[in-house]
Design a protein around this ligand. Structure first.
Ligand SMILES: [Mg+2]
Length: 325
């Protein structure tokens, strides 16, 4: 970054880095509490700011990021290395990773990536056979692509979100949720308030899916009202937005998200994407970033730490200035 930058672009880059780091931190922070009960995080760590929260457990080392961040890195590195959205190449990276025996992988994602079907049919065929494909597995990996496509504006951002989601999720509900998340991040990167932007974003959602997202993203919705487990796309996104709306810091938002229980790593990864983009890097506690690391199964034993994630986020933030075919 040798070119002269204005304070505004510095702030934007900082928010982009915070979206990527914030998502990874949330993933690693929430992973040990996956499938646990409500309130488990606060029960173990009653006071905010006291430390020890990045605790590991449940098969995860302290600070170890899960499939959520691993897949976000795969998407981000593909975008940077290909200079744009090359869906077959992203899919190929996903398959290589899935074959590398990751510690965790979503059921639906695994089924699609190991089917042997072509990249542009695998998710659709899975949906056709199973009838259920609205998991949160595309939301969880959205931070990197949201940062990359943001400079292209709302329509291109949401379209890219949909297309990336469709690689593994055949249900349009997952595409629309991922598109909404991308646009919320874009709004925050531009210095706007993602919550204020929600009505305009919902207007761009496919009509068949608008009502359901309007419900879970409305100011009076609470995660207790969810009609599905938060491994589904609607309550996962709704819970992340609820955590953002009802708190005033990155740390508080993450505590609220993990305390919901259930699919804690992914709900916290999505919350961390939004809270990072909104509050910036200074809001992410260093005691949470210091132990953070992202193994990349299938890629020669690579492990990314904060410097590598930051560099990736910087490249993504400055990367996309031309419309992608
Ligand atoms: Mg995970």
């Amino acid at each position: 970054m040798n070119s002269p930058t204005t304070p505004a672009s510095d702030a934007r880059t900082d928010r982009a880095i915070a979206a990527v780091l914030g998502s990874a931190v949330g993933d690693a922070l929430g992973a040990p509490f996956e499938f646990g009960p409500e309130g488990a995080f606060s029960a173990r760590f009653p006071a905010a700011g006291c430390g020890g929260e990045m605790c590991g457990g449940g098969g995860w080392d302290v600070g170890e990021a899960t499939d959520d961040t691993q897949m976000a890195v795969l998407v981000g590195e593909s975008l940077v290395e290909c200079g744009g959205l090359q869906l077959p190449e992203v899919f190929q990276r996903f398959r290589r990773w899935a074959a590398g025996d990751p510690k965790d992988i979503g059921l639906q994602t695994e089924s699609v990536l190991t089917s042997g079907d072509p990249w542009d049919l695998a998710a659709a065929l899975h949906f056709q056979h199973n009838g259920r494909a609205a998991g949160n597995g595309a939301l969880m990996r959205a931070a990197t692509s949201a940062v990359y496509f943001a400079p292209l504006g709302r329509e291109a951002t949401m379209d890219a979100g949909r297309r990336l989601a469709a690689l593994t999720h055949g249900d349009r509900a997952a595409w629309e949720g991922t598109a909404i998340l991308h646009e919320l991040v874009r709004t925050a990167l531009d210095g706007g308030d993602p919550l204020t932007a929600l009505p305009a974003i919902l207007a761009e959602v496919h009509p068949d899916h608008r009502a359901r997202y309007t419900t879970v993203l409305s100011p009076d919705w609470h995660p207790d009202q969810a009609t599905e487990f938060n491994g589904a796309v609607w309550p996962c996104l709704g819970s992340a937005v609820w955590a953002l709306r009802t708190t005033s810091s990155y740390e508080e938002a993450l505590r609220a998200a993990i305390d919901l229980g259930g699919d804690t790593d992914t709900v916290a990864a999505v919350t961390g994407t939004l809270a990072g983009a909104l509050h910036g890097t200074a809001a992410i506690p260093p005691r949470w970033t210091t132990p953070l690391h992202v193994p990349l199964p299938g890629f020669g034993g690579r492990v990314l730490h904060v410097p590598e994630l930051t560099e990736l986020a910087r490249k993504l933030a400055g990367g996309c200035t031309e419309p992608v075919a």
